[in-house]
Ligand binder design. Structure first.
Ligand code: NAP
Length: 254
């Protein structure tokens, strides 16, 4: 395949929105490949990877296929967040339609340690159902997009942390904390204590940058409602980190 913008250089399209996607783009810079990172455009001021960046949806599988063909993409890397289910399905569909190799970069989920009290649930709705039986002062870290799922819980108080301010329905009794990781253990301990948090809700993102809240919860005896990951598309080659992704790409691209 010929890359119209950089003839002769193999073109890697990274579907991003994660720290690992940025790390991979950085690791590939100057290694004889053209790299384009793609962001959904959800965050107002995203941390940008080095190199070329495009922003916004492609328009489903057909749109992604069209973009890949127009820009001569040789390898597709799905380095989206483990909960970005639609984009991962689109990536698998576009790879199948074009014959372009697809690699999924998916960091492992968190593993429980002694002292953790984790309640695994399959969705945000299930998390909302579980909350009244577990606590009254909730630290909610599942992102602003799903906040509406908790809007009916008017007997509970919420500390909601997200990168950008939420829109739409929200719980009536809540305080908003606009912040983004990495977070420190001392900071998380202080947050739980200051707000007298008695239950934490998180997605199993597996990210190191947001893991200290789990340690702080364990130390404080605070139960955690852990939303488990949606299934990844089947049959897609998967690596756990940027270093393994670079090795896989080297093997593919020489
Ligand atoms: P999603 O539900 O899987 O995707 C919805 C639509 O957004 C996709 O169909 C696609 O639109 C567009 N999209 C998603 N990721 C894209 C990307 N990297 N480049 C271009 N378009 C993209 O995704 P989401 O859960 O809303 O997450 C959006 C982005 O935020 C992802 O890139 C993800 O890595 C990041 N993120 C998500 C979470 C989370 O908890 N879900 C947390 C942190 C970061 P078209 O169909 O029009 O192409």
């Amino acid at each position: 395949m010929t890359d119209p913008a950089a003839p002769g250089l193999p073109h890697v399209l990274i579907l991003g929105g994660t720290a690992e996607a940025r790390e991979l783009a950085g690791a590939l810079a100057g290694t004889g490949v053209r790299v384009t990172s793609s962001l959904a455009g959800r965050v107002a001021a995203p941390r940008l990877p080095v190199g070329e960046v495009r922003v916004g949806g492609f328009g489903g599988v057909a749109g992604l296929v069209g973009w890949m063909r127009a820009h001569g993409v040789d390898v597709l890397v799905d380095a989206t967040h483990p909960f970005a289910e639609a984009m991962s399905a689109n990536a698998a569909g576009a790879a199948a339609a074009t014959g372009v190799p697809l690699l999924a970069l998916r960091r492992p989920g968190w593993a429980p340690q002694d002292g953790d009290v984790w309640h695994r649930v399959g969705s945000l709705d299930e998390a909302a159902d579980a909350l009244p039986g577990l606590g009254r002062r909730v630290f909610l870290t599942t992102g602003r997009m799903g906040l509406a799922r908790f809007a009916h819980l008017d007997a509970l108080w919420f500390l909601v942390r997200s990168v950008d301010a939420p829109e739409g329905p929200r719980p009536p009794r809540m305080e908003m904390l606009l912040d983004r990781g990495p977070f420190t253990l001392d900071g998380e301990r202080a947050l739980l204590a200051a707000h007298r948090i008695d239950v934490l809700v998180t997605k199993d993102s597996g990210a190191a940058a947001t893991a200290p809240k789990l340690t702080a919860a364990r130390e404080a005896g605070v139960p955690v409602v852990l939303v488990t990951r949606p299934p990844a598309p089947v049959g897609v080659a998967t690596v756990p980190g940027p270093a393994e992704a670079v090795a896989w790409l080297r093997e593919r691209l020489g």
